[in-house]
Ligand binder design. Structure first.
Ligand SMILES: [Zn+2]
Length: 274
């Protein structure tokens, strides 16, 4: 129990010791409950954000707080939309306030280095607002020593990795927006949690073709392939998954090091330029 990087698996005494003696970074993974096609689980974003956080924490002396498993509403052009049974989204202000509460409490009880690790595209600006609110609330309590890093773990894929992966897309790499339930997520899940992937159920829909706008109320049922998968995932593999997981864990661990451990590192160089 003493070796775990998971906050939920250590005592308050051990937690306090790591904060004080090891200057531990506390990571807060955030996901979503959202359809990911017939072959991946509804919790894919939360599961992956939690696992990336766990691996990065082990590298940089971190503690992973329990994942915020619900996220902002699935949008048709990035997540297939909310018309799929099980896709369960929060209103944006609730997500911001939930994150604000968690960060403020972690800061109030002694964590000075906090990191929000986002695994769900639609969350991003509501999490930004949660960070801003937490800083404001902590300042009002007289606490101005807390710093919060926020990133999406798949912030960017290296050009050489993309070049390798592109060969597996029959119509070319569609971009991270359309990578919902596609080769990237399916491959990472195959590498990390193969028992949660059903490759027999991978759909053969062509890639989604969206107009350059959104409509409210959503017309997702007309726009989105019936499977919910926005790009063909049939050529996913554990090998691709390992490549991506290693790269993303490097990215998160490198970001935590740069922000919290070695301030003189050139932060912009963390991401390879195209
Ligand atoms: Zn996802």
């Amino acid at each position: 129990m003493h070796d775990s990087v998971l906050m939920a698996e250590i005592s308050w005494v051990e937690y306090e010791r790591r904060l004080k003696e090891e200057d531990a970074i506390v990571l807060v993974p955030v996901g979503a409950v959202e359809q990911h096609g017939p072959h991946l689980p509804l919790g894919t974003d939360a599961i992956l954000a939690g696992e990336m956080s766990r691996r990065a924490a082990a590298r940089v002396g971190g503690i992973v707080a329990p994942t915020l498993s619900y996220g902002y509403k699935s949008q048709p052009r990035t997540g297939g939309g909310d018309h799929f049974p099980g896709s369960t989204g929060l209103d944006g202000d609730n997500l911001s306030r939930l994150l604000c509460d968690v960060l403020s409490e972690l800061g109030r009880t002694g964590a000075a280095k906090l990191a929000v690790i986002d695994g769900h595209y639609e969350n991003q600006f509501f999490l930004t607002e949660g960070c801003e609110q937490a800083v404001r609330r902590l300042r009002a309590q007289g606490i101005d020593t807390v710093q919060i890093l926020k990133m999406r773990y798949p912030e960017k894929v290296k050009p050489e990795t993309l070049e390798y992966i592109e060969q597996f897309y029959p119509n070319g790499y569609p971009g991270l927006d359309l990578e919902h339930g596609g080769i990237l997520e399916t491959s990472m899940m195959l590498y990390l949690f193969p028992h949660l992937v059903n490759m027999d159920r991978v759909p053969l829909d062509p890639p989604a073709n969206f107009p350059p706008y959104d409509l409210y109320p959503h017309t997702a049922a007309e726009w989105v392939p019936p499977s919910g998968v926005l790009t063909p995932a049939i050529r996913s593999s554990g090998e691709i998954g390992k490549l991506l997981v290693d790269e993303f864990v490097d990215l998160v661990a490198g970001a935590l090091e740069a922000a919290f451990r070695s301030p003189r590192v050139d932060r912009a160089r963390l991401i390879a330029q195209p």
